[in-house]
Design a protein around this ligand. Structure first.
Ligand code: CA
Length: 225
C-alpha cells in the first residue's frame, strides 16, 4: 500500500489536513489541493492511485471535477459531501465517482473505504493487464514487467525488457537502430547505435532468440517468430 498516492481535493483546510494525517499514518502518500482547478491540474501532472474529492468547492463543483477526471483518466474517485439525500448520491455516482462518503465522517471509515476501492480497482486492472503475451517459448506478463523463458524468469535490465517487448509485439517489422534508440532510450540519449547492437546481442542470448531476432543488413533488426 505504501506506494499508493492519494490526492485530496477539499477547500476546507482543517478537513483536508485531518484526512491527510489519517491517510499518511496508514502509509499512503498524500497531496492536497484546495480548489477544483488546482486539484484537476495536480491529477493531470502526476498519476494518483485515488482521489478524495469534495462536492462543494469554491471554483468548479466536485461533480464537474469528477467528470473531467474520469473522461481523461482511469482513476478511482471517492466523493465527500455534506449532502446526503438519495438524489445527490445517485448524481454523484453517475458523475463517475466510485464511492460516496457523507460528512461528518468517521476517519476510520474513510481509510477503510479507500482501501476497499483501491483493492477493487487493482483487481479490475489486474484482469485486463494480467493477460499473457505468449511468443513461442517466451511468456510476457506486462503487469509484472517480466518475461519467462520456458517458465524461468529472465533476468533483464529495464532497457533489455523494453527492447524485447518492442520486437515481440511487432513481429516481422524492421526497426532501424536509430528508431530503436529514439523509442527505447529517447532523443536525449547521448550514446550511439552501438548501444542498440549490444542490447540486441544480450536479449538474443538471454531470451534464446539467436535465430528469430534477425539482423537486416544495412537496416536494423526484426523479430521473425
Ligand atoms: Ca467544501
Amino acid at each position: 500500500m505504501e506506494d499508493k498516492k492519494i490526492l485530496i481535493i477539499e477547500d476546507e483546510k482543517p478537513i483536508a489536513d485531518i484526512l491527510k494525517y489519517s491517510l499518511e499514518k496508514e502509509g499512503f502518500q498524500v497531496q492536497c489541493a484546495y480548489t477544483g482547478s488546482e486539484g484537476f491540474s495536480c491529477a493531470c501532472r502526476e498519476p494518483f492511485s485515488l482521489v478524495l474529492l469534495d462536492w462543494m468547492l469554491p471554483d468548479i463543483s466536485g461533480v464537474d471535477v469528477c467528470r473531467m477526471l474520469t473522461e481523461q483518466y482511469r482513476i478511482p474517485i471517492i466523493m465527500l459531501t455534506a449532502r446526503g439525500t438519495v438524489e445527490d448520491k445517485l448524481y454523484g455516482l453517475e458523475s463517475g465517482a466510485d464511492d460516496y462518503i457523507t460528512k461528518p465522517f468517521d476517519l476510520r471509515e474513510v481509510v477503510a473505504r479507500v482501501r476497499t476501492i483501491l483493492r477493487r480497482f487493482d483487481k479490475a486492472q489486474g484482469t485486463v493487464e494480467d493477460e499473457k503475451l505468449i511468443c513461442g517459448h517466451l511468456t510476457i506478463i506486462e503487469r509484472e514487467h517480466s518475461v519467462y523463458r520456458d517458465g524461468a524468469l529472465l533476468n533483464l535490465t529495464p532497457k533489455e525488457y523494453e527492447l524485447l517487448i518492442c520486437f515481440l509485439k511487432h513481429p516481422r517489422q524492421v526497426f532501424t537502430r536509430t528508431a530503436l534508440l529514439d523509442q527505447i532510450w529517447g532523443y536525449d540519449f547521448a550514446g550511439d547505435t552501438r548501444t542498440v547492437d549490444i542490447h540486441v546481442q544480450r536479449i538474443r542470448k538471454k531470451a534464446g532468440l539467436e535465430d528469430s531476432l534477425v539482423t537486416v543488413f544495412g537496416v536494423g533488426y526484426k523479430y521473425v517468430p
